[in-house]
Design a binder for this molecule. Structure first.
Ligand SMILES: *Cc1c(COP(=O)(O)O)cnc(C)c1O
Length: 373
C-alpha cells in the first residue's frame, strides 16, 4: 500500500458542516474565547446523550480533572480507577494530590471488574470516587458498578472519552455516573482537533465547572478571584468543528460497526483468534476493533510489525496503569486480566475513511502473518 492505513484519523463530513460553523464564527467575529458555537455545542451534545448539562472544555483530560474536583476529591482521598486505560484517565487524580488505586478489568467486558471493585471498596473505606472507562467504545458493567457506588456512597465518574455514541440498555455511556466525560481528540470517533466535554444531570455542578474553567473569575466588573482557577474552556472556533462532527456521529458509528463485523467474519474462524467481547443489550460505537491472539499464534507485537511493514498501523492494547513505572507505587486490586490482554491483544486499523479494498488488504496481511494465507 502506498498510502498508510491508519488506526483512526480525523474524518470531516462530506457536507462541510464543520467549516460552515467555523465560517460563522469568523463572519460574526466570535473568535474570542466564548461564543455561540460553544453554547450550541454544549446544548447539542447534551441533547444527543440526554444529559441535563454539558460544559465544553479544552480536553477530555481537563474534563476528568474538573469531574474529580466536583466530586470533592482532594489530598489523600482514594480514587478507584480502571487500570486498563490510557494514562489521561489516571493523571488528573494526581493533579488533585489524591491516591489512585487501580482496579482490574474482567474478561466479559474488558472494563472494571465489579468483583475487584467491591473488594477495593471494602479495603479502602476512604474512597471518594470510582473512575470507570468504556474502553474502545465497549460498555462497562454499569448495572453492577452503579449499584456498588450507591451502596458504598461514592461518586461515579465515567471516562467515556472513547465511547461517545455507545449505549448500554438503550442509554448513553457517560450519563450513568454522577459525572461523565467525552474527548474530541484527533483520533476519537468525532474530533474537534482537540477538546472535551463534561456532562452531568446536575446543572448547578456544570455551572461550577464552567466557573473553574474560566479562571474562577467572580462576576464583578474588575477581576476578582476567591478560588483557584483553570483555563480549560473550549474555543469557539473548535466548538464549530464539534457541532459539524456531531451531525455525522451516527454515520461514523455505523461505519465502525461494519469494519468490526468485516474483521470478525474474515478472521474469527482462525483457531486462536478472538475479538473484543460485547455485553448483552449494549451497542458499542466500535471506536477501535480489537483482536486477541492465543500465544501459540505468536505475539501481537510480531503481527503489529508485519502490518507496519505493509504500511498498516496497528497498536497493542493499552498497557495497564499499575504496570506503568510512573504509577508503580500505587495499589492494584485484580487478577491480572488487564496484563494478559496487554500481552495478547491488538487494535486493528479502524479508520472510518478506510475503504473495503483497504480493509481486505489488511485482512490478507493478517492472514499471511498468521500463516493462514
Ligand atoms: C483520549 C482519552 C482521554 C483524554 O482525552 P483528551 O481529550 O486527549 O485529553 C481520556 N481517557 C481515555 C480513555 C482516552 O482514550
Amino acid at each position: 500500500m502506498e498510502k498508510r492505513i491508519l488506526l483512526s484519523s480525523p474524518h470531516m463530513s462530506d457536507e462541510g458542516y464543520e467549516l460552515a460553523f467555523v465560517q460563522e464564527a469568523f463572519d460574526t467575529n466570535w473568535i474570542a474565547p466564548l461564543g455561540e458555537n460553544v453554547n450550541q455545542f454544549e446544548n447539542e451534545l447534551a441533547e444527543r446523550v440526554h444529559a441535563k448539562g454539558a460544559v465544553a472544555l479544552s480536553s477530555g483530560t481537563a474534563a476528568i480533572h474538573l469531574a474529580l474536583k466536583l466530586a470533592d476529591v482532594s489530598e489523600g482521598d482514594v480514587v478507584l480507577c480502571q487500570s486498563l486505560t490510557f494514562s489521561a484517565t489516571a493523571n488528573p487524580i494526581l493533579y488533585q494530590n489524591a491516591v489512585p488505586v487501580f482496579i482490574d478489568s474482567d474478561e466479559g467486558s474488558w472494563n472494571m471488574d465489579p468483583v475487584a471493585l467491591e473488594e477495593a471498596l471494602i479495603k479502602y473505606p476512604n474512597t471518594k470516587a470510582v473512575l470507570i472507562v468504556h474502553l474502545y467504545g465497549l460498555c462497562a458493567r454499569l448495572d453492577e458498578i452503579v449499584a456498588l457506588c450507591k451502596r458504598y456512597n461514592v461518586t461515579l465518574i465515567e471516562d467515556a472519552a472513547e465511547s461517545l455514541g455507545s449505549t448500554y440498555h438503550g442509554k448513553d455511556t457517560g450519563t450513568f455516573g454522577n459525572l461523565g466525560i467525552y474527548s474530541f481528540n484527533g483520533n476519537k470517533i468525532i474530533t474537534t482537533s482537540g477538546g472535551g466535554m463534561l456532562v452531568s444531570s446536575d446543572v448547578d455542578e456544570m455551572k461550577k465547572a464552567r466557573f473553574w474553567a474560566t479562571q474562577s473569575r467572580e462576576p464583578e466588573l474588575h477581576y476578582e478571584h476567591k478560588e483557584l482557577g483553570f483555563n480549560y474552556r473550549m474555543s469557539n472556533v473548535v466548538a464549530g468543528i464539534g457541532r459539524g462532527q456531531l451531525k455525522v456521529l451516527d454515520l461514523r458509528v455505523a461505519k465502525k460497526n461494519e469494519i468490526y463485523n468485516r474483521y470478525k467474519d474474515a478472521l474469527s474462524s482462525i483457531e486462536g483468534v478472538s475479538f473484543m467481547p460485547l455485553l448483552d443489550n449494549t451497542k458499542p460505537n466500535y471506536w477501535l476493533s480489537c483482536m486477541v491472539l492465543d500465544p501459540k499464534l505468536g505475539s501481537p507485537v510480531e503481527l503489529i510489525h508485519a502490518l507496519d511493514s505493509a504500511n498498516v498501523e496497528a497498536r497493542p492494547i493499552w498497557k495497564p496503569m499499575h504496570l506503568q513505572p510512573f504509577f508503580s507505587e500505587f495499589d492494584y486490586v485484580g487478577n491480572g486480566f488487564g496484563e494478559q490482554l496487554f500481552n495478547t491483544g491488538l487494535c486493528l486499523p479502524s479508520d472510518s475513511k478506510m475503504t473495503t479494498e483497504e480493509q481486505d488488504y489488511v485482512i490478507e496481511v493478517i492472514k499471511g502473518s498468521l500463516g493462514r494465507a
